[in-house]
Design a protein around this ligand. Structure first.
Ligand code: NAP
Length: 375
C-alpha cells in the first residue's frame, strides 16, 4: 500500500532539490539591480543575519534600487560592506536624517529598534516593512504573506509613509503550507509543534551553536551566552518568555498571527515551540482539522499547485523534508502528507513542513512585500 502510494505520488522536486524539476533562480546568482528608476532602499539591521539575507535576496531577485543605505547600531557604524560591486559604509541608525529620501525601509533589528525608529521612517514618507513583532498585532498594520493575503496591503502606496509587518517566521512557514488546504476545506483547528533552528535567534546564536559543538566534542563546558542552557546535542523549549497562560511568546505569535492573517478570529490554534540544534531552517509538524472532508490525494494536488511550496513526500524511500534540504531555498517543503486516522470523514490531515526561516520566514517575504509596492 505504501509503495503504491509512493509510486502514484512521486515527489515534486524543484531546482536544487534532488532530482530537480521546475527551474528556479539559484540564490547565489548575482544580478545588478542598481537602477535609476528603482526606489531608494534602506536596510535597518544590515549587519545581522536577516539584514545580510535581505542583501542576498535583493541581489538574487534583481530587486531594483536607485540607492541603498545600510543602517545598524553605533557599534557597526563605519564598517564597510561590499555589495554588487560597490562598497557601502554602514551608517548609525540614530544619526539625524537616517531616512531622508528613503522610499522603502526594510527593518530587522528587533522590536525595540522598530518601535523607536519606524515612526520616523514613516514620517519621512517611507514604507517600512518590519520583521519584528512590534506592530504585527496593530489593527492598522497589515500582516502579510504575499502568497496568502496580499489583499491586506492593497491600500499601501509607495510615497505615502506606512508600515507593513512581516509575520513571525514559524507562522509564515506553517501558513505557506496550511493556507492552500484551508482555502479548500477550511481549517477549524490547527496543532503545531516546531523544531526551530539557531538562525532564528540571529547570527550570534549560530556562532554559539558552532562554538558549543566544538567545546562539547572537546570535552569542555559549553559557553552559554545567547541561550541559558546547553544547545549543542540538546533540545529545549523555545527561549521566548513564558506568558501567564503557560504558553511562550513564540507560541502565542502563531496563535494570534494566524487568526489575523486568515482574518478568522474563530480558528483554533495551539502550538509548542522547541529549539533544536540545527544551524538553519525550521521544521514543523502540523495537524489540521477541517470543516469539510479533504482526502490526502486531493491535498497533495492542492499543495503541488501552490506557489512557494515544494512537495518532498517519497514514502518508498522514506524521504521527506529536512532543514538541510530547504536551507537557502525560497520554497517551503511539505511531506508526510497523510490522513489523520483519529478524525472521522477525512476531516483531518497531518503534514510536516520545513522552511528556511531567514529566507522565506524573513528576508524573502519582506522583499516580496516590497516588490508588491512596485506593481
Ligand atoms: P541579529 O543577527 O542579531 O542582527 C541584529 C541586527 O540589528 C544587527 O544588524 C544589529 O546591528 C542591529 N541592531 C541591534 N541593535 C540596534 C540598535 N539599537 N540600533 C540599530 N541597529 C541595531 O538578528 P536577526 O536574526 O537578523 O534578527 C533581527 C530581527 O529580525 C529581530 O527582530 C528578529 O526577531 C527578526 N526576525 C529574525 C528572524 C530570523 O530568522 N533570524 C526571522 C524573522 C524575524 P549591529 O551590528 O550594530 O549590532
Amino acid at each position: 500500500m505504501q509503495a503504491a502510494a509512493a509510486a502514484v505520488h512521486r515527489p515534486h522536486l524543484l531546482g536544487a532539490y534532488p532530482g530537480g524539476g521546475r527551474a528556479r533562480r539559484p540564490s547565489s546568482t548575482v544580478r545588478m539591480a542598481l537602477r535609476e528608476d528603482g526606489p531608494s532602499v534602506a536596510i535597518v539591521g544590515a549587519t545581522g543575519a536577516v539584514g545580510q539575507e535581505f542583501l542576498r535576496v535583493i541581489s538574487s531577485r534583481g530587486f531594483p534600487y536607485r540607492s541603498l543605505r545600510l543602517l545598524a547600531s553605533e557599534r557597526s557604524a563605519g564598517k564597510r560592506l561590499p555589495f554588487e560591486g560597490q562598497e557601502y559604509t554602514v551608517q548609525d541608525l540614530a544619526a539625524p536624517g537616517a531616512f531622508d529620501g528613503v522610499d522603502i525601509a526594510l527593518f530587522s533589528a528587533g522590536g525595540g529598534v522598530s518601535r523607536a525608529h519606524a515612526p520616523a521612517a514613516v514620517a519621512s514618507g517611507a514604507v517600512v516593512v518590519d520583521n519584528s513583532s512590534a506592530f504585527r498585532m496593530d489593527p492598522e498594520v497589515p500582516l502579510v504573506i504575499p502568497e496568502v493575503n496580499p489583499e491586506a496591503m492593497a491600500h499601501v502606496r509607495l510615497g505615502k509613509g506606512a508600515i507593513v509587518a512581516n509575520p513571525n517566521c514559524s507562522t509564515i512557514i506553517c501558513l505557506m503550507a496550511a493556507t492552500p488546504l484551508h482555502r479548500h476545506a477550511k481549517v477549524v483547528r490547527m496543532v503545531v509543534s516546531t523544531y526551530q533552528a539557531a538562525s532564528g535567534a540571529g547570527a550570534a546564536a549560530m556562532e554559539e551553536l558552532k562554538l558549543q559543538t566544538q567545546e562539547v566534542l572537546a570535552g569542555k563546558a559549553p559557553t552559554c551566552n545567547i541561550f541559558s542552557q546547553q544547545y549543542a546535542f540538546n533540545i529545549f523549549s523555545h527561549n521566548a518568555p513564558i506568558v501567564e497562560n503557560g504558553y511562550n511568546e513564540e507560541e502565542m505569535k502563531m496563535v494570534k498571527e494566524t487568526r489575523k492573517i486568515w482574518n478568522d478570529k474563530d480558528v483554533k490554534v495551539t502550538a509548542t515551540c522547541i529549539r533544536v540544534p540545527v544551524m538553519r531552517a525550521h521544521a514543523e509538524s502540523v495537524n489540521l482539522q477541517f470543516e469539510k472532508p479533504l482526502d490526502e490525494d486531493t491535498a497533495r494536488e492542492i499543495l503541488r499547485a501552490a506557489e512557494g511550496v515544494t512537495i518532498i513526500d517519497d514514502r518508498a524511500s522514506n524521504r521527506f523534508p529536512t532543514p538541510l534540504e530547504v536551507s537557502d531555498k525560497d520554497d517551503v517543503a511539505v511531506g508526510r502528507i497523510r490522513q489523520d486516522l483519529s478524525q472521522d470523514d477525512n476531516k483531518g490531515l497531518d503534514i510536516f513542513v520545513c522552511g528556511d526561516q531567514i529566507r522565506k520566514g524573513a528576508a524573502l517575504n519582506a522583499v516580496q512585500i516590497a516588490e508588491m509596492l512596485l506593481k
